[in-house]
Design a protein around this ligand. Structure first.
Ligand code: SF4
Length: 358
């Protein structure tokens, strides 16, 4: 079986020609996939019924995702979905909306997609990391998450403005499928979102960052640093290499030089672990004159023992970086009450399900 969402527009064209159809059939399929969001081939009404039969007979399909659980924050700005893939595997995706500053403007709608089921990186503060790794996701399964939300938003006359690869899994550990998903999503005849509206977040797979810099893409890169020294980083990210901090900073600089895109260092702030004044000063010393951007993320409480830092510590941490000339923001807290950190909803829902069965 081949999912039609897996085919790049050029491949769609080759397919229709191979099946004896005129070239414009490819555009009819693409238009339907990316603007009408059909759940199966029968719903692509522009195609003759005989051609739809041929596609099915040749093993083509549309592997849409099924929504099994939806949870929306009280302010209605964060919606988290538990989706089931074709093989019934549950995964998470999140929509975060930021109201427009214009009177009747559309909100900025960012989708956070997953690239793996579970994750092998084992970060100690992350619910997905605690699940372990199940499997890589296919490009069409990554695209399927975006399509699912695009359909929901289209019903409200809204659209997706940004996509971040920050959900379950490490995108650069599923490199080929992640890049194919980006090419499908950014192709002008595919989903058509701008490359600059996409950000990949990595825990720091150096070879993947190097490879990404060579792809001739204009996507943003966020590197999750979480600590200014190797000892603390190795404890928080057990799979980090022995010299990961300096290597990551250099990899970020090379990515910037190659692509011209500024790199963001993500820093999950954890109460009593990496939020002290001394650590802020160490980080400020490390990143001075680097030209990067630091995004501080006070963690959502997870199933583990980690706590969100006190507000005064966050402000002080930010001030120390700022006074060292480092461009720094604190991530707007969204969806705390709906388990918005990656892996939390899947864990919560599966726990409830298993408790019911026991
Ligand atoms: S934080 Fe990211 S890389 Fe680390 S375990 Fe969680 S999903 Fe994997």
């Amino acid at each position: 079986m081949t999912d039609l969402y897996r085919l790049l527009p050029e491949e769609m064209e080759s397919l229709v020609i191979e099946l004896g159809q005129p070239r414009y059939r490819a555009d009819q399929i693409l238009y339907s996939l990316y603007y009408k969001f059909p759940e199966n081939i029968s719903e692509i009404k522009q195609l003759p019924a005989a051609f739809r039969d041929t596609l099915r007979d040749k093993g083509y399909t549309i592997g849409s995702t099924k929504e099994v659980h939806r949870i929306t924050s009280k302010d209605r700005e964060t919606t988290k979905l538990l989706l089931k893939l074709q093989d019934e595997t549950p995964i998470e995706s999140v929509l975060m909306q930021y109201p427009s500053k214009k009177l009747f403007g559309h909100p900025r709608s960012t989708i956070c997609v997953s690239t793996q089921v579970g994750c092998a990186m084992g970060c100690v503060f992350c619910a997905t990391g605690q699940m372990g790794f199940e499997r890589n996701m296919k490009a069409e399964e990554i695209v399927g998450q975006v399509i699912h939300f695009a359909k929901i938003l289209a019903e409200k006359d809204q659209h997706i403005t940004n996509i971040v690869f920050m959900g379950m899994g490490e995108p650069l550990a599923n490199y080929q499928e992640t890049i194919l998903a980006i090419r499908l999503l950014t192709h002008p005849r595919g989903f058509g979102i701008g490359q600059r509206n996409i950000t990949i977040s990595t825990i720091g797979i150096i070879s993947g960052i190097e490879q990404l810099a060579e792809e001739n893409l204009q996507i943003g890169l966020a590197i999750s640093l979480h600590a200014p020294n190797d000892k603390l980083r190795k404890w928080l990210v057990p799979t980090a290499g022995a010299n990961s901090v300096m290597e990551l900073i250099k990899a970020g600089q090379r990515y910037f030089l190659k692509t011209g895109r500024r790199v963001t260092f993500e820093y999950a702030l954890i109460e009593g672990v990496n939020d002290s004044i001394e650590i802020a000063e160490e980080l400020a010393f490390l990143l001075r004159n680097n030209g990067s951007h630091v995004n501080l993320i006070p963690i959502n409480p997870t199933a583990g023992d980690f706590e969100r830092p006190k507000r005064k510590n966050v402000i002080e941490f930010e001030r120390i970086l700022y006074n060292s000339g480092i461009n720094c923001t604190v991530r707007v807290e969204k969806g705390t009450e709906i388990s918005a950190a990656c892996g939390q909803l899947r864990t919560d829902v599966l726990d409830k399900y298993n408790n019911k069965r026991n």
